[in-house]
Design a protein around this ligand. Sequence first.
Ligand code: FE2
Length: 428
Amino acid sequence: MLDLLITNARLPRSTSPTSLAIEAGRIVPLPAGREALDARERIDAAGKLLTPALVEPHIHLDAVLTVGQPRHNLSGSLFEGIAIWGERVKDLDADDVRRRVAQVLRWQVANGVLFVRSHVDVCDPRLTALRALLDVKREFADRITLQLVAFPQQGIQSFPNGEALMRQAVELGADVVGAIPHFELTREYGEQSVKFAVGLAQEFNRQVDIHCDETDDEHSRFLEVLAAETIRLNMQGRVTASHTTAMHSYNNAYAGRLIVNVRRAGLHMVTNPLDNAVLQGRFDHYPIRRGHTRIKELLAAGVNVCLGHDSVMDPWYPLGKADPLQAAFVLAHYGQMSGYEEIRTLIDMITVNGAKTLGLTDYGLEPGCRADLVLFDAPSEGDAVRLIAPRRLVIRAGTVVARTEPARQVVTWQGKEEPVDYMPARSG
Ligand code: FE2
């Protein structure tokens, strides 16, 4: 007998409903014959979209829920945000980090996110945030899988003992090595920081995820260094470049050559439309650049691009509820990804593409994969994005870990109460 049978589910890029069988927490081939379909638990998906669990490849959990502390960012700019964070970070302690992070992890699970890569600021001789996040990672391991990036917010070469702190962070248990080359004091420091980060990751058999060229400065060109270093050290497939907003402003000849090398290096790319929509272009007068990486060109070249949330209610971005689908909705507009196939790609970018970036195994909808699933309250990818549809069920290893009862809306119309579900009425 099966543990769980989900019937009448619509899988991504398919039009006909299907069933999914689950045993011992894993997806198994659908048994033939009616009697073989006995299951301890059955879920009728009612023709709604069922995907693998959502993946959050880029968030800064140590800063979440600090908006307004100690003061609000009145301009909304990156630099005012950095100044405010500099004030807030002084009274960071383990309990403070733990409380805020534990709350957002619950939000993520409710949204269907079961895999998270979080950057953690390690420009702190005590490594307070990293130690707290390592505890949180262990404490909630049965609910959500966390990867932690040693992220030097103020640079590696430009911060006292930066290299030693990075090494210590990796020895403590950071899964991924970060860097922020465009923020280093000089171009040379920036190059050095990229080389140091990839080298450190190779030495400790870790992955790399670099905040790369998150600026509108077309002279910020560290992505080429990252690609070259990845090829030189044979780290293809284990290295990610996050943000890369300067690519928006590169000349087309340079960007074209760069994308070829990004593909050659097997880099994963993370785009963060929420933060970068509000933070980029701040030095522009009209026309104001979008300051966004070249998603369509990267995808067309065969590069893996996924979608991150970046911030949740912090000094840089006061909004958000840790829902990747909100970020996908914004990217549909901001990245002009409204084409029929492009909307389907948005769902890939918060599921399978993120899983590739994190290097997840056993992820997906094929037999053998762990049954980590999300059932949307929408029949298709397009409707899921359009409605930012609630997640009816979130399933981890075959067990329901979150559910949403969608609101029932009713209008009084010509003297009668009529329900509204925002779906076009079927003719006939
Ligand atoms: Fe970031």
